[in-house]
Ligand binder design. Structure first.
Ligand code: GDP
Length: 614
């Protein structure tokens, strides 16, 4: 793994591609999918793997051999040295889609304001559903002649200041699930807090979710019709979370409402429109449509049904639509009132029929010109999904972190803290946050009382965080989701242990210092090919001791390392030996490597990893 990336090595190796050679007339292109082994790359260029390896070593790479997997950047630079071009089909999907869309870059004149897309979040029973229902009933259905409202995952309402699109699934799951898939659909979050109950754990969670996604909040203080309502309480409590009401000089809008009587709903819609004006959301209706799948299902009569939200451009009946790994010509579209529509512009939810397959919620949708291209792209996406159980979004990886540290000079360890009581939540969060150093910053994305839920796992996946559970365990499907999403959950019941391990994890983010200790060197005098065993090098130990169990062995030819690995056999006069000292002859075989030549040197080392200190 290490050393397989030129970029991560730093040190000016990212050289510019050489100027086009005369061979350019007939371009030699190798298509790869994210990565390729050196051996395969050499094969595609009809070159000897060792020659390609020599070139790579000559470029300053260490710790590589012919089986090393190269990432696309490294492969590109390396291949260019031999006059070849590497095209990474994985990253070029974006380009392929752009091309398939036939997109001209939108000029500013084409940009128009688009309605905001709103999600309602808040604690259970604080009135999210009631609020959505009320808004929908009063603003959508009443004005419609047909009056049949359909659930299509989202709907638009008219306000005095223009339209607003609401996502119909209240709660945090849908929001984070989409975000975990890389789809940021929401522009504004309405945080519902009941005036008779105040800020509750899921209220805090909602605030943290919205913050993690950098989505502004408008607070709806609900149930103000109740005699015991105390609208000042949510304000006070949210101020403790740094959400300061506008009337107190802050920048968060608070609106007192009742989903039962309808009190304040107009003001709430007004506040959303105001917030949207601040955001200046623009889109270009002239472009081919682009958006997100909100829900999708297989209908017995209609076939695959996708409920989509158009984000930009326009989607029309008859268009070729690519939706995740599904595609098709749009046969029909309906709006939230069950009426068929011919086209849908920015921030419009519609239900579309005609896809080949059922896409996933959160999948991107794009209108493309050519059905063949759509099919190709859909199939390559499908194949990639099948190939990797890993989600498409990159999760926390060391490589990733190394890149980030290179960019920002500082690493960040993101945590979600769940504990049994509020006191522990605070104590654990505090203790962990205090671990921040110049090199690694600890940030708590979310902390709350309660078991570790699927919502926590989705948030962790979306924000690349690790979950710390203190006296609490994963509930429901959280464990299995964590497994598929590759989210790390650590449980503790002693604060000291949590702190200690997080400290270790932080140190783990820093690459360990690798210290090599030279053990011995042998010179290859003769080479024997023995059936079933492979190549055995008859050597003389010229320095130190050759150890069978040495952690690292290098094969050096003309002062250049051609291979690195382990010894698979060490013998002295037909007897297996653990070590051979200077001055003695021995037979050495290398694990999985046979290309040994007389005159080569075999060097062995012990490798000590010293954990980096914070
Ligand atoms: P959700 O879990 O956040 O979606 O909450 P619901 O919308 O299901 O509401 C929970 C309960 O609170 C229901 O019994 C509603 O009737 C009631 N409720 C919701 N909003 C209001 C309100 O503004 N005033 C009163 N009095 N009750 C409300």
């Amino acid at each position: 793994m290490r050393g397989g990336r030129l970029g991560a090595q730093g040190g000016g190796l990212r050289r510019p591609l050489p100027p086009p050679t005369t061979m350019a007339a007939h371009k030699k292109i190798i298509k790869i999918d994210e990565k390729i082994t050196l051996n395969t790359l050499a094969g595609k260029m009809s070159l000897k793997a060792t020659d390609v390896l020599m070139k790579l070593l000559g470029m300053g790479m260490t710790g590589v051999n012919i089986n090393t997997t190269l990432d696309a950047d490294t492969a590109k630079i390396l291949a260019s040295e031999f006059g070849w071009e590497v095209s990474d089909v994985a990253v070029s999907e974006e380009d392929a889609i752009k091309e398939a869309r036939g997109e001209e870059t939108a000029i500013d004149a084409d940009l128009e304001l688009r309605p905001p897309v709103v999600t309602v979040m808040g604690h259970v029973d604080h009135g999210k559903t009631s609020l959505l229902d009320f808004i929908r009933k009063t603003t959508v259905a009443s004005g419609e002649a047909c009056g049949i409202t359909q659930h299509i995952g989202a709907y638009r309402v008219k306000t005095s200041r223009g339209e607003v699109a609401f996502l119909d699934t209240p709660g945090h799951e849908a929001f984070t699930q989409m975000r975990a898939r890389g789809a940021q659909v929401t522009d504004i979050v309405i945080l519902v807090v009941a005036a008779d109950d105040g800020v509750m754990p899921q209220t805090r969670e909602a605030v943290n979710h919205a913050r993690a996604a950098h989505v502004p909040l408008v607070v709806a203080v609900n149930k103000c019709d109740k005699p015991e309502a105390d609208p000042s309480r949510p304000r006070r409590e949210l101020m403790a979370m740094e959400l300061v009401p506008e009337e107190l000089g802050g920048d968060t809008m608070f609106v007192d409402v009742s989903a039962k009587t309808g009190q304040g709903i107009d003001e709430l819609l007004e506040a959303i429109s105001l917030q949207a004006e601040v955001l200046e959301l623009r889109a270009s209706p002239k472009k081919p449509g682009h958006g997100t799948v909100i829900e999708a299902m297989l209908d017995r009569g209609k076939g695959p049904v996708a409920r989509i939200l158009v984000r930009d451009g326009t989607v029309a009946v008859g268009d070729i639509l690519l939706a995740g790994s599904a595609w098709g010509k749009i046969r029909a579209m309906t709006d939230e009132n069950g009426r068929s529509v011919a086209k849908a512009g920015p921030s419009t939810p519609v239900e579309v029929l005609g896809l080949s397959d059922v896409p996933n919620a959160g999948d991107p949708i794009d209108v493309v010109k050519d059905p063949k291209k759509a099919q190709e792209l859909a199939e390559s996406r499908g194949a990639r999904q099948k190939r990797s159980i890993m989600p498409a979004t990159a999760k926390v990886s060391l490589e990733d972190l190394a890149k980030r540290v290179a960019e920002s000079g500082q690493l960040e360890l993101r945590l979600i803290v769940k504990a049994d009581v509020q006191g522990s939540v605070e104590a654990v969060s505090d203790a962990l946050q205090k671990l921040s150093t110049d090199k690694v910053r600890v940030s708590i994305v979310h902390s709350a009382v309660g078991a570790i839920t699927e919502g926590d796992v989705n948030l962790a996946a979306a924000s690349k965080a690790i979950i710390i559970g203190f006296n609490v365990r994963p509930a429901g499907k959280a464990s299995s989701l964590a497994e598929t999403e590759q989210v790390e959950i650590r449980s503790y019941n002693i604060i000291y242990n949590a702190v200690d391990e997080v400290k270790k994890a932080m140190a783990g983010l820093l690459a360990p210092t690798i210290v090599e200790k030279f053990l011995g060197r042998a010179e290859v005098r003769q080479v024997f090919n023995i059936t079933k065993i492979g190549t055995v090098a008859g050597c003389l130990v010229v320095d130190g001791t050759i150890k069978r169990a040495a952690s690292k062995v290098r094969l050096v030819r003309d002062s250049v390392q051609v291979w690195e690995g382990k010894i698979s056999g060490l013998r002295h006069i037909k007897e297996d030996k653990r070590e051979i000292e200077k001055g003695f002859e021995c037979g050495i075989s290398l694990e999985g490597y046979n290309d040994i030549k007389p005159g080569d040197a075999i060097e062995c080392y012990d490798v000590e990893e010293r954990a980096a200190t914070l």
